[in-house]
Design a binder for this molecule. Structure first.
Ligand code: PRP
Length: 175
């Protein structure tokens, strides 16, 4: 294994089993509602792709690219939309599909923005939740794994765009 990957936090098998369970939960909740899954790029694309196939009910997906940091390392408190969804969400049942909630600042602003567009319902489903780092007043409706305060990579998550391809969730530790 790469020297920068200190440990495997969540294995491929654990991911597969939990995402299958989450897919069934969402399918029960959203059957006959034709939900719209919104996937904020880039980190959530692998989770969303696996989850939607485990839901196995009629649903749609759209993609968004947002940043709450406006090219600065300090949060600006405002959300910067690089790419918006193409779908009108008024009256739709919407689920935001996230890879990780850390400080919660990105999702807080994103939820506010989407809520202003009058969906019938708006919920959040996250693969990973790091509650110890939370700054914004937000929690996820559906959580696959709660994790400790470690720098995680793989399964869509990166460090400087690397490691998104890993099939497991690892802990990053540069030498
Ligand atoms: C990650 C992740 C969330 C956000 C969570 O995205 O996908 O959107 O950070 O952090 P927060 O809770 O502290 O706001 P990132 O900015 O790394 O972009 P990426 O998904 O393109 O890798």
């Amino acid at each position: 294994m790469n020297k920068e990957i200190k440990e495997i936090l969540i294995t491929e098998k654990e991911l597969r089993e939990e995402i299958s369970r989450m897919g069934k939960t969402l399918a029960e909740e959203y059957r006959d509602k034709n939900p719209l899954l919104i996937c904020p790029l880039k980190g959530s694309f692998i989770f969303a792709a696996d989850l939607i196939r485990k839901m196995n009910i009629p649903c749609e997906i759209d993609f968004m690219s947002v940043s709450s940091y406006n090219n600065s390392t300090v949060s600006s408190g405002e959300i910067n939309i690089r790419k918006d969804i193409d779908t009108d969400i008024a009256g739709r049942h919407v689920i935001i599909i996230e890879d990780i909630i850390d400080t919660g600042n990105t999702l807080y602003k994103l939820r506010e923005l989407l809520q202003s567009r009058c969906p019938a319902s708006l919920k959040i489903c996250t693969l990973l939740d790091k509650p110890s780092r939370r700054q914004a007043d937000i929690c996820s409706d559906y959580v696959c794994f709660e994790i400790p305060d470690k720098f995680v990579i793989g399964y869509g998550m990166d460090v400087a765009e690397e490691y998104r391809y890993l099939p497991f969730i690892g802990v990053y530790s540069p030498n």
